[in-house]
Design a protein around this ligand. Structure first.
Ligand code: GAP
Length: 592
């Protein structure tokens, strides 16, 4: 189920069109071409013909969740105690994948740019920050409870239903004659027998102490598109109440109102409150950005879709500070119009917020492409004027086509100078910047690309998952499960396999190759079982390359192949012979 009503953004509420939050289940990712593959001649590898059987989206998701647990990508938090809803742990492969993604984001944002610097701020900050940002007053979801089961639901995520509502004024106990006057109602889908409503109502009154309820004052009414009933059992819901999503705690030993602190619901605010310190110490000039990666916490009412909506997650946020348009105009004579600039790639002094915003959307799309999410797996949703938060001038959501629907990965917002102005107001400290080039003093405006690490990991995992039917030369078929991670994000870059574990000369050589590659990339040494099985294990882990040390390597089949290894490519399963001396260069070109 996906929300069809208003949706929450970083702050506050806005209506949203159905196109963005639609219930659509996207088809499984496009099938790769059926391809004929070269024989590798190493026992057990199926290689003649491969195709990807179609998998239903729900089945696909179940398989992905199962693989993530089985192979150590994602575990339920606190599993041995029954788990805790909305919290997840990353296992050995997941932890590597996550580190790679964060490192690549950090590299593209800070190391490869002159105009962005980093920050690593505390999670708990002064509580006034959350008043200034508006989170204390408006960071809330409407919540309803089922009157029968007490299950808590997000009001805006309930699908409208139509049917016959059965209303009751109360119930009388058959044995004692005692009456309970508490109204209740049940919604039945058209055509369902009245008895079903009476059964649910009976349970409701029994829970309230009427042992053998006789229902009082039954009447019916036809309702269209109501969201007042629990879709699971038809029972009436409570009125919606706003529920603040910030986790609260107390700093210090006294649990009083004065000591209340919040776990940050976004990393962005720390960047705003440290704006002046970073500016002064980094010698940056506007336009420039501050990037941060870190944990954020939201007490989501309904965590769901695996890790997609969690209560603890990580964000990668950039606040890119720019000159207000009137300053650009004064300095350059005019502000560059979007159409003139085409696809903006090279920052120019005459860029106003609109071009900068478009620039960052393009930068982010290219980055996703560079880590393996091709443009056809993504969508851009440009929020309409009436959907924008009151301070935002434009917001674009980058959506990924998950098996459970097309959903947000990242939001890129042009936030004006709202945040810095609010902190100036609440702290009494100036957030103004003196621009020497423009001889002007102003509070900078900001463009904010804000991405979720965990959602991106889930997108990468969903994107990578593939099942292929592979048929060998003898006509035997089996299903190969392969995680087609881009080599840059793959948790393990290369598997090292001595052909036989009981041949010390092969083992020694394989260990030497491992030790040569290890300082540069994550390698996995495996000498257990048939070579074909070892390949399959690495296919499931998403390891893009396999290196086999065999008898050719040690020169047993002639001097011309001595010092070479077999390099196997995960996706094509093709193998090539490469010199050990060239291996590092070949691999680095792919994984960096
Ligand atoms: N500073 C702006 C901000 O926080 P947001 O749209 O609320 O904006 C940004 O969050 C990104 O953080 C989202 O696009 C999403 O990737 C991620 N995110 C937000 N809530 C999340 C949750 N409950 N679980 C996982 N990721 C979440």
């Amino acid at each position: 189920m996906f929300c069809l009503g208003p949706i929450r953004t970083g702050l506050g509420w806005k209506p949203v069109s159905h196109s963005r939050n639609r219930l659509s289940i996207t088809p499984a990712l496009p099938l790769p071409h059926i391809s004929r593959l070269q024989s590798d001649g190493l026992g057990g590898e199926f290689n003649a013909l491969m195709s990807q059987p179609a998998i239903k989206p729900t089945e696909r998701m179940e398989k992905i969740v199962s693989l993530c647990k089985r192979r150590g990508f994602i575990f339920q938090s606190s599993e041995i105690y029954g788990g805790i809803n909305g919290f997840w742990d990353y296992g050995p492969l997941g932890a590597e994948l996550k580190r790679n993604v964060k490192e690549l984001w950090w590299k593209s944002m800070t190391k490869l740019r002159d105009d962005v610097v980093g920050l690593d701020a505390s999670i708990i900050m002064h509580p006034t920050i959350w008043r200034a940002s508006g989170h204390v007053d408006t960071f809330a979801d409407p919540m309803v409870d089922c009157l029968l089961t007490k299950k808590r639901l997000r009001a805006d995520q309930i699908d409208p239903q139509s049917g016959i509502a059965y209303f009751y004024e109360g119930a009388r106990d058959e044995a004692s004659g005692k009456e309970l006057c508490e109204p209740f109602s049940v919604l039945l889908a058209p055509g369902k027998p009245a008895e079903s409503a009476r059964k649910v109502a009976g349970q409701f009154y029994t829970q309230r102490g009427v042992a053998t309820p006789v229902l009082i004052g039954e009447r019916t009414e036809k309702l269209e598109n109501t969201t007042r009933y629990n879709p699971e059992n038809g029972a009436l819901l409570t009125e919606p109440r706003m529920f603040n999503l910030m986790f609260k705690s107390h700093a210090g030993p006294v649990e009083s109102e004065e000591n209340v602190v919040f776990l940050r619901p976004e990393t962005a605010q720390a960047i705003f409150v440290q704006f002046k310190n970073v500016l002064e110490t980094s010698r940056q000039k506007v336009p420039f950005g501050i990037a941060q990666i870190g944990k954020a916490f939201r007490n989501e009412i309904n965590p769901r879709n695996y890790t997609f909506r969690s209560r603890e997650f990580e964000q990668m946020e950039l606040e890119f500070f720019i000159k207000p348009d009137e300053v650009v105009e004064k300095q350059c004579g005019a502000v560059a119009a979007l159409a003139e600039s085409g696809e903006p790639t090279d920052p120019q002094p005459n860029w106003g917020w609109e071009v900068w915003h478009k620039y960052w959307v393009e930068q982010r799309m290219s980055w996703y492409e560079s880590i393996g999410l091709s443009r056809d797996t993504l969508e851009q949703y440009w929020q309409k004027q009436d959907e924008l938060a009151h301070y935002a001038r434009a917001t674009v959501d980058i959506l990924y086509k998950f098996p459970f629907g097309t959903q947000e990965l990242e939001g890129i917002a042009a936030r004006g100078n709202f945040d810095l102005s609010q902190h100036q107001k609440f702290s009494g400290k100036s957030m103004e910047y003196f621009d020497q080039e423009a001889s002007a003093k102003y509070i900078p405006h900001v463009i904010e690309p804000s991405a979720g690490v965990d959602r991106l990991l889930l997108a990468l995992i969903c994107n990578a998952y593939a099942e292929e039917e592979v048929t060998d030369e003898k006509g035997n078929t089996e299903i190969r499960t392969v995680m087609r991670f881009h080599p840059r994000v793959a948790p393990i870059k290369v598997g090292i396999f001595p052909l036989l574990r009981n041949k010390p000369v092969l083992v020694e050589k394989a260990l030497a190759v491992r030790d040569m590659l290890r300082p540069f990339m994550n390698v996995f040494y495996d000498d257990a079982g048939a070579i074909g099985r070892r390949y399959r294990r690495q296919d499931e882990a998403g390891t893009p390359f396999g290196v086999t040390i065999d008898f050719d390597t040690i020169g047993e089949n002639g001097p011309e192949l001595e010092g070479t290894v077999t390099l196997r490519h995960r996706d094509s399963m093709k193998q090539e012979r490469v010199k050990i001396s060239e291996l590092l260069g070949i691999l680095l070109a792919q994984v960096q």
